[in-house]
Ligand binder design. Structure first.
Ligand SMILES: Cc1cc2nc3c(=O)[nH]c(=O)nc-3n(C[C@H](O)[C@H](O)[C@H](O)COP(=O)(O)OP(=O)(O)OC[C@H]3O[C@@H](n4cnc5c(N)ncnc54)[C@H](O)[C@@H]3O)c2cc1C
Length: 495
């Protein structure tokens, strides 16, 4: 990628700042339309919010309750497009809403029928009402006293940072140049005061990188205002950051294949307990915070709230000692803006063009990243007067595209890359062994991450390539020295 960067002469059509779902989605869209694209990420791809989601590809039952039908329909359509283009990473998951009050069954029964109807041809399966026995069969660990029955509906589940890495690969295959560990430190301006490029720092060498651009897109999510203030230190805040946490437990807390959806917690939020990679993920919270940081930490009261809510629904209440991992992410929520230049193409995401010509895309959610990217590129092409070219991402397979096997194995998430990882294991059988008995992560996955998936540090491999750190922090720490040794060899680093 760095030599691609060096080889490029003249201005790029697009320079994108930020390597999360928003920025990488824009890179895929713009590169596949034939524009020249440079994307710079200050840390690892997905280091921000995009690896810290609830892992749902969903329409958002909450938006339905709020009556925001068009938003739900848009997200349900994107859910269908994503499963079509990345079937190795998106799966269909049954969600059960357990009912303890008499009115819940008809209320959620009808609501979730509507949810599925809104998906039209992109539907994931019909919802249905469950008896008490059927609810218990699907959720053997659910609290039984007062349980009347439930409603089951279907939504999408995915692996967020693995999808992101596959999208980085897709963008690269379409000709984009994407560099991680290259943070943008300044924006350059032409004589008319319009932003015309960026200055970045290669974190590994300290070297300065300069790139001229026809349009600079700020896709830094929760950090968007920091980048806007590089162009205009007085820019009013666009983002109202809000934190959400998840706790991870072992599978015994949710042993079946169905997830639990709690439509109303004590603070009026939706809470999920989800089977994910052989574990149970429970979340999330919504805590306004003053400022976005790259490594947000869960607050004590957030941990207490998730544990308390889980204990209301699970037979065996999880305790702090059961927590295997905890992760916090920051929602890049967009404030209600008053700028005349704000072009709110959807109520879910916002595209904002500052007086300096810096284009910022923020808000939305993982599920709608493709639609956000299409809107952004359309807007940027218009703004920068680039030649118009049609968007092709609705039909563009994501890197690794492969239909899942009937009996998906550990490597099924790698799709068509699985055979290459098996090839590594065949050439060196020691790479096929688990790095820790608690998790199915092997040396071959680490070598693959370093060689083909842009992993530069031990944490990149453990957190966002094989997900060990998100599943079991203690196991990830035990694996770290072996991962370091493998990566040292592959990335030609010293001890
Ligand atoms: C708790 C939680 C749960 C969620 N669950 C879901 C879900 O289940 N389904 C769903 O669809 N959506 C979900 N979302 C929403 C979704 O995760 C986000 O909308 C999405 O990940 C935002 O992506 P982004 O690229 O805008 O931001 P980010 O992923 O944060 O990416 C921004 C990137 O910009 C980089 N950056 C910042 N400054 C610079 C700079 N100066 N130079 C270079 N790079 C820079 C950062 O390092 C970061 O990697 C959830 C969000 C949260 C917080």
């Amino acid at each position: 990628m760095l030599s691609r960067f060096e080889r490029h002469k003249g201005a790029w059509d697009f320079v994108i700042i930020g390597g999360g779902a928003t920025g990488v989605g824009i890179a895929v869209d713009a590169a596949s339309r034939g524009y020249s694209v440079l994307l710079l990420e200050q840390s690892d791809f997905g280091k921000g919010t995009s690896s810290r989601s609830t892992k749902l590809v969903h329409g958002g039952v909450r938006y339905l309750e709020q009556g925001n039908i068009s938003l739900v329909m848009e997200a349900l359509k994107e859910r269908g497009i994503l499963r079509q283009n990345a079937p190795h990473l998106v799966s269909n998951l049954p969600f059960v809403v357990p009912n303890y009050d008499w009115w819940e069954t008809p209320f959620y029964g009808i609501g979730l029928k509507v949810y599925n109807l809104l998906a039209g041809k992109y539907g994931f399966g019909d919802s249905s009402i469950l008896s008490r026995e059927e609810t218990l069969r699907r959720l053997p660990t659910i609290r039984t006293d007062g349980l009347r029955g439930g409603v089951v509906y279907y939504d999408g589940q995915f692996d967020d940072s693995r999808l992101l890495i596959n999208l980085v690969q897709t963008a690269a295959e379409q000709g984009a140049t994407l560099v991680n560990y290259a943070g943008v430190t300044a924006l350059t301006k032409g004589h008319d005061g319009t932003v015309d490029g960026v200055v970045a720092r290669d974190v590994e060498t300290g070297r300065e990188m300069r790139a001229a651009a026809r349009v600079v897109v700020n896709a830094t999510g929760p950090f968007a205002d920091n980048v806007r203030r590089l162009a205009d230190p007085a820019a009013a805040a666009l983002i109202a950051p809000s934190q959400g946490i998840h706790l991870v437990f072992d599978r015994s807390f949710l042993p079946g294949t169905s997830a639990i959806m709690v439509p109303h917690t004590r603070d009026g939020r939706v809470m999920f307990a989800i089977p994910w990679h052989g574990h149970t993920v429970v979340g999330t919270t919504d805590t306004p915070i003053a400022e976005a940081v790259l490594e947000p930490t869960a607050q004590e009261r957030e941990i207490a709230f998730v544990l308390e809510t889980a204990s209301l629904y699970l037979h065996k209440a999880p305790t702090r000692a059961d927590v295997l991992s905890v992760f916090a992410g920051i929602r890049p929520l967009v404030r209600a803006g008053d700028s005349r230049l704000t072009a709110a193409l959807s109520r879910d995401h916002t595209i904002h063009i500052d007086a300096s010509g810096l284009l910022t895309t923020a808000g939305g959610k993982w599920t709608t990243y493709r639609h956000m990217a299409e809107d952004t590129v359309d807007q940027a092409v218009d703004f920068a007067r680039l030649p118009e070219r049609p968007c092709i991402t609705r039909q563009l397979p994501v890197h690794g595209f492969a239909q899942p096997a009937d009996e998906p194995g550990v490597l099924s998430l790698y799709g068509s890359d699985a055979s290459h990882i098996q090839g590594l294991e065949r050439s060196d059988p020691s790479l096929g062994a688990r790095l820790d008995p608690a998790l199915p992560c092997t040396g071959a996955q680490v070598v693959w991450a370093a060689r083909m998936e842009f992993a530069r540090t031990v944490e990149d491999a453990l957190a966002r390539r094989c997900r060990a750190l998100f599943l079991n922090a203690a196991a990830a720490i035990r694996m770290a020295p072996a991962v370091a040794a493998l990566m040292t060899r592959d990335l030609q680093r010293d001890e």
